[in-house]
Design a protein. Structure first.
Length: 324
């Protein structure tokens, strides 16, 4: 198969790194890096598989007669015209799940940091001040995880050794999850009333936009903490500022904000109970490795379908992370 990697940088890294990993995993296939717009147009025309950010593949769909799969390198596909790919008979996969290990580690670190108040320890060290202070434990607390996709599930699994009770909130509670109890969004306030630590790991949708608002902060116990690794608009920022200023919650660890980037003069920067990282929870040196593993497995599945005589069948149901 001819696999074309488009030239766009992926999370700030050159696509050449990704292409090299694919060559290692797929030595019996041709992996081509298209480095200019002209090369993209020419190479996609004869490609079986295209992988990258997506704009080039979408632009040249009309001339890509051999194309069977577009393998996206992001978890989200909202930037793509999925109908166009479907009409062209091209399957689409995403990179959902590749962030589960690193983002779940971020969440665990955030929860431990909030409980043990490592920020205060750092500040006292900077002042060379030896003075004991009170902290808390995660053990015996209740952690609510809103969103039980790959990342939310990984968070819940990594919480198990800490001896906490876990509550999950998802669109379809019947699907269950690696938590002690699962609820729907209609029961959110029942969950919040029992929550010591709230972790947001849900997508941004009409349902979740502004989900954690003033009423939610009123429902949470005043000792509760918030960790947001979902999207900034899941939390109403003005209501969060109010909740922190008036001690409606004990603290917040935010990797995403609304607006983003957070302006230098935004009040969140000045709140002692807010910890802010610059949308950095997803950073990992192993990102390309995981994306390449997904694509390599899917290429093998496409080959198996060809060997079984299904090469002309548009429906290859077992592609990992298939969205179209």
């Amino acid at each position: 198969m001819r696999i074309v990697v488009t030239r766009q940088k992926i999370h700030g890294h050159p696509a050449a790194e990704y292409a090299e990993l694919l060559r290692e995993r797929l030595p019996d296939h041709e992996v081509v890096l298209a480095e200019t717009p002209a090369e993209e147009r020419e190479q996609i025309r004869t490609a079986d598989v295209v992988t990258g950010e997506g704009a080039a593949a979408e632009e040249h769909l009309g001339g890509a007669e051999s194309l069977r799969l577009f393998a996206g390198v992001y978890a989200g596909v909202g930037h793509l015209d999925l109908d166009a790919f479907e009409d062209a008979g091209v399957a689409v996969t995403n990179a959902s799940g590749v962030h589960a290990p690193n983002i779940s580690e971020y969440v665990i670190g955030a929860l431990v940091s909030l409980a043990r108040d490592f920020r205060r320890a750092t500040r006292q060290q900077d002042r060379r001040e030896w003075r004991a202070y009170r902290t808390r434990e995660l053990y015996g607390s209740t952690v609510a995880v809103v969103g039980l996709g790959a990342i939310g599930s990984a968070v819940a699994e990594r919480l198990e050794p800490f001896g906490v009770e876990t509550l999950g909130v998802r669109y379809t509670p019947a699907k269950g999850g690696p938590v002690d109890e699962v609820y729907g969004f209609d029961d959110l306030h029942e969950v919040l009333a029992r929550t010591d630590h709230l972790v947001l790991a849900c997508p941004l949708t009409d349902t979740t936009e502004g989900l954690i608002d003033r009423e939610a902060f009123r429902t949470l116990p005043p000792h509760a903490t918030l960790v947001n690794i979902a999207r900034g608009p899941v939390v109403d920022t003005d209501d969060l500022v109010y909740a922190l200023r008036w001690n409606q919650i004990r603290g917040a660890f935010l990797d995403v904000t609304d607006p983003e980037p957070l302006p230098e003069d935004h009040p969140l920067w000045g709140l002692d109970d807010a910890r802010i990282t610059p949308h950095n929870a997803g950073h990992t040196p192993r990102y390309f490795e995981r994306v390449a593993d997904i694509l390599a497995g899917n290429v093998e599945r496409l080959e198996a379908a060809e060997a079984a005589g299904d090469a002309g069948d548009d429906d290859v149901p077992d592609l990992e992370n298939r969205v179209v």
